[in-house]
Design a protein around this ligand. Structure first.
Ligand SMILES: Cc1cc2nc3c(=O)[nH]c(=O)nc-3n(C[C@H](O)[C@H](O)[C@H](O)COP(=O)(O)O)c2cc1C
Length: 222
């Protein structure tokens, strides 16, 4: 009898450090949907990936921060990741961007080829959606496959019921559908690895043996 395929692995974390984080509550909701689908969830917090400000001199010594090492290894172990991030000043929170910057320095570069879903929560009417457009840029640059749909929860301070679900049933269904459709794509991408492409750090650079910064699934496996 053919063996059952291994369950999908999904890393989920929110990019706010505060205890009552509404992004954390949304990440918990995503965890429930992903777990119900049969996938294995690795639920993390930004505290797990805590890094001092990026410092090129420190990187030169090889002394990479523990938080970046942890994010790198948890990315390596996952098929996909979901980030639920607040919007700070219409952009990405510094703590998240800093962790991405440190982690992007490992080789193989761990964001490359991973499927990603972005979500946000904010008390504002736009739900922090502008921040997700900013977050898309470094992740796509790093070769992550960022899912086209995003979910941004507006008025997040009054959106949750006591049971942790969204008070608005239509919104809750939209949320569930977004996560489930994303998981369908992750499943498909896992079984059709040909969807993977090369990751080229600087796309227009003249190809040359001395400066090539190109990774493929083959170089990753090597
Ligand atoms: C430095 C800072 C900048 C912020 N800028 C924005 C913003 O541009 N847009 C927005 O919708 N909310 C903004 N907020 C409000 C956050 O969305 C709000 O604090 C939110 O609850 C944070 O997410 P959390 O509940 O997960 O901690 C900002 C908050 C801080 C601390």
């Amino acid at each position: 009898m053919p063996s059952l395929p291994a369950p999908l692995r999904v890393l989920i974390f929110h990019a706010s450090l505060r205890k009552e984080s509404t992004n954390g509550r949304l990440a918990d909701l995503a965890t429930q949907v992903v777990s119900r689908s049969g996938a294995t969830v690795d639920r993390a917090t930004m505290a797990d990936f805590d890094c001092p400000s990026y410092d090129g001199d420190r990187e030169q010594t090889g002394d990479m921060p523990a938080g970046a090492r942890v994010l790198c290894s948890r990315l390596k172990a996952t098929d996909a990741f979901i980030i639920v991030s607040p919007e700070y000043n219409a952009s990405v929170p510094g703590v998240l961007k800093n962790a991405i910057d440190w982690t992007s320095r490992f080789r193989p570069q761990p964001f490359n080829g991973k499927q990603a879903l972005l979500m946000s929560a904010s008390p504002s009417m736009a739900g922090g959606n502008r921040g997700l457009w900013s977050l898309r840029v470094p992740l796509e640059h790093l070769g992550a496959r960022v899912y086209p749909d995003m979910f941004s929860l507006a008025q997040s301070d009054r959106a949750f019921g006591d049971n942790g679900r969204l008070l608005n049933d239509v919104l809750q269904k939209r949320f569930d559908d977004t996560v489930r459709c994303f998981l369908d794509l992750v499943e498909a991408a896992k079984h059709y690895p040909g969807l993977k492409k090369q990751w080229v750090e600087f796309l227009g650079e003249q190809p040359s043996r001395s400066t090539n910064r190109v990774e493929t699934s083959e170089t990753e496996a090597a």
